[in-house]
Design a protein around this ligand. Structure first.
Ligand code: ARG
Length: 399
């Protein structure tokens, strides 16, 4: 009897060819597994394609709500931006896909999982580490990495084995998309000195084409998680989609980043992440409003670690779970609404309300209602500066 492998299947030419390669050259029975994280693919067509390519079974899962609640929202609680800029859209989907590979492997009694990531990207790291974190007993196969299959070789293989080759001319870009964002790579984008052409973008308007009147986006949070958009209560996946639609229309969320990959390569990455960029902006503001300053300072350092470990594939790790617990604990007060103003690619916070807001007008005002004890500051500064004053006295002043 042949061993079974579960392959992360996208329905494209490359993973279709992998079904055959794993069958013919690796000697496995292949189960194609597709977790839909919001790319709007026809599930029936996917099954049909996988069967034609030679898969003995196919698992297609609608994972949009799961992706939103268990991956996007934890990243949102951490305000996760890799290198301070990238909301980690592709990085977050890999551990979810791996989770479904592992589940399918257990269901079908497979001894291995496989993916189509190359040897020079981040995705291979994320797939491999996620599988190691969840199911250390499973073998991981990555034919693309092992054999460096070129596009021409894949086309040839497809023609020889009767695998459907896309008739539409392949996009000049390499695209990866899900609810949290869309990444665009390759083609002219590899010329790092040149502005990305409009053809690269699908979810965001250019500054020129964005409406010439501003829009307000009011996001309501409960314990750190977004629940309403402009007063409307929505499920997590629908909420993310709605925020993305509005922010994208106003040209918010385009990113052009010189990024450091895990494997040490610098690459120019172009993204459009209207939903995640807007949600993180609003969430972070509500944290600033409701969380004590010292906790915020610690959190901002840990948030950076959260982003980095997500980028590097350590989603299913004790550190991520511990940081998650920290974030959950502080999120208890992060309830309220934040209003963003969007206009031609710009986004600003213009208001916030919360039952737990720590802003006290009587303390902060310069007006007549001032209740702050100004004299208390004298003693405070006296003690704060005491060691400095003593040092300075001893050494005749610092210059
Ligand atoms: N640079 C991004 C990341 O590492 C995007 C990766 C997109 N993946 C892809 N196979 N096109 O998260």
């Amino acid at each position: 009897m042949r061993n079974k492998v579960v392959l992360a299947y996208s329905g494209g030419l490359d993973t279709s060819v992998l079904v055959r390669i794993l069958t013919d050259e690796y000697g496995y029975d292949v189960i194609a597994c597709h977790a839909d994280v919001g790319e709007a693919k026809d599930h029936e067509k996917l099954r049909e394609k996988a069967r034609k390519a030679g898969a003995i079974a196919t698992e297609v899962v609608d994972a949009k709500e799961e992706f939103a609640t268990q991956f996007c929202f934890p990243a949102l609680q951490a305000n996760a931006l890799y290198q301070g800029v990238y909301p980690l859209s592709a990085a977050l989907s890999r551990p979810l896909i791996a989770k479904h590979l592992v589940a399918a492997a257990r269901k079908h009694g497979a001894t291995a999982v496989a993916h189509g990531a190359t040897g020079k990207g981040n995705d291979q790291v994320r797939f491999d580490l996620a599988v190691k974190g969840m199911a250390p007993e499973l073998k991981i196969l990555a034919p693309q990495r092992e054999r460096n299959i070129t596009r021409d070789a894949a086309m040839e293989y497809a023609a020889k084995h009767g695998i459907e080759v896309p008739t539409t001319k392949k996009s000049i870009f390499s695209i990866d998309e899900n609810l949290w964002g869309r990444s665009i790579e390759g083609g002219v984008l590899e010329d790092v000195s040149t502005e990305p052409p409009e053809a690269a973008f699908a979810w965001t308007r250019s500054i020129e084409d964005a409406p010439s009147t501003p829009a307000y986006l009011k996001i309501g949070f409960e314990c750190g998680l977004p629940v309403t958009v402009n007063g409307e209560k929505l499920s997590p996946a629908k909420l993310i989609a709605k925020v993305g639609e509005i922010a994208g229309l106003h040209g918010v969320g385009r990113i052009d980043l010189m990024e450091d990959r895990v494997v040490g390569i610098k690459s120019r990455e172009t993204y459009e992440c209207p939903a995640s960029v807007a949600l993180i902006c609003a969430h972070q503001e509500l944290e600033r409003f409701t969380i004590m300053g010292d906790a915020l300072r610690v959190k901002s350092q840990l948030d950076q670690r959260f982003a980095q470990l997500t980028y590097e594939g350590f989603w299913f790790s004790p550190l991520r779970l511990a940081l998650q617990a920290f974030n959950d604990s502080l999120a208890q007060t992060v309830t309220g609404e934040v209003t963003l103003k969007l206009f031609k690619g710009s986004m600003r916070v213009v208001g916030r309300t919360s039952p737990h807001g720590l802003y006290n007008h009587a303390l902060s005002t310069y007006g007549v209602e001032d209740r702050f004890d100004h004299r208390a500051a004298e003693g405070f500064i006296h003690l704060l500066g005491l060691q400095l004053q003593e040092f300075s006295r001893q050494h005749g002043g610092i210059s």
